[in-house]
Write a protein that binds this ligand. Sequence first.
Ligand code: AHR
Length: 503
Amino acid sequence: MTTSAAPLHLSIATNSPSGRIPRELYGHCAEHLGRCIYEGIWVGEDSEIPNQRGLRTDVLNALKQLSIPVLRWPGGCFADEYHWRDGIGPRADRRAMINNHWGGVIDSNQFGTHEFMNLVEALGCDAYIAGNVGSGSVREMQEWVEYLTADVDSTLVQERRANGREAPWSVHYFGVGNENWACGGNMRPEYYADEYRRYQTYVRHHDPEHKIFRIACGPNQDDYRWTEVLMERAAEHMDGLSMHYYCLPTGDWQNKGAATNVDEADWIGMFVRAARMDELIAKHSAIMDRFDPKKRVALIVDEWGAWYDVEPGTNPRFLYQQNRLRDALIAAQHLHIFHHYRDRVRMANIAQTVNVLQAMILTDGPRMVCTPTYHVFEMLQVHQDATFLPIELSPIPEYIHADQSIPAVDASASQAGDGTVNLSLINFDPANGHDLKLQLPAEAFAARSISSRVLTADAMDAHNTFDAPARVVPTTGDPASITADGTLRFHLPAKSVALLSIS
Ligand code: AHR
């Protein structure tokens, strides 16, 4: 390991606060896919695995540490095959269905509306329910919202009460379909825009104190025409437009590339691909600006993350993949991008919470392990709802490998309600650390306490396993030093995510 010669100068404009970082940028997805819901979250009340009302206790406790703001469910592609009535009532009587999209396995519907809302309440987060447009009816969607949110003596509300829930739930976000350009019905944007207008008409919260935030299905990565058509034809009826972008090592869906045995070309390649999120948001936002210059409609990145070939020997439709140090840096990279675009991007949901794609947690029977991505979400949660502070970094070193290059260091800062300034840093360079010199502004010069946490490991390929769960975990960083003139110095190790807190 080496350290680059000249220190990097960083300044934080603590006197130029620039909006709030919505906590919803730290949202999650939990789909009926592989072992995310079943095994990962839901084990049932009779399981030997300790649980609270069927939700596994170890996973719940770990997720609570992340302050998850919002959870999207039941899909994903599953959403447009899901019929909510199959998932209510006595569990023994529930209809088993085929999960056609994800391997044709049987979904017992043991986890349904009540179980999801119990999960949301246990996590203290908002519900983001994705409704079925592709194979469901307007009436079905309308009645689901009534069942969830009404408090009158309608037959549906009486049914909810009979099923054990007296008070209505509060549902903050409702998605009108998912990927309706593909698994959600293979629709053209013109057709979906009309369908969206029709379905959303009936998505009404029954508590006059609440308004449901309606989210239209938006584009697949760089499908700018989809955004154009939706904004032109339906913007006035939506609060948010979703966008999905996953990064694959090869960019080829048939042969995505492995999560394991990361060499340096793979390592930098994924950061180059993740950086594309910036370009996609900028271009979709520019289109949205033409129709909605006041930015009333949010861009909701409700699926994002690293997508690799599945772990060898696992069901190819279960999307179970390992999660390495590289993924931790990718997660921080995305979160920084979302901070930057906070005026338009007001929610983002990593895919997915447990056992699927870029997961927080992996489980194996009664065992669980937190991934490097989990630790980034735990560290960076200090930015949730904090005030964004602009940063200047110079020079910005370039990290170059063969024919690929990216800025080696990335940073984002915010100020929490108690005045603490939090600075998160990423060093993509796997071989060179950087010394940072931060000139603290006068008002922060009286800083009494500086702490640092660092997430790194000995190898690019490092990851946590059930037998070695602490190979990639945050540690207290090198003590940051502060000189008499208010200069803070900090060593940012190679291949790391760090968090400096100055209070
Ligand atoms: O997150 C996995 C899948 O990716 C979702 O079901 C779908 O919406 C997307 O294609």
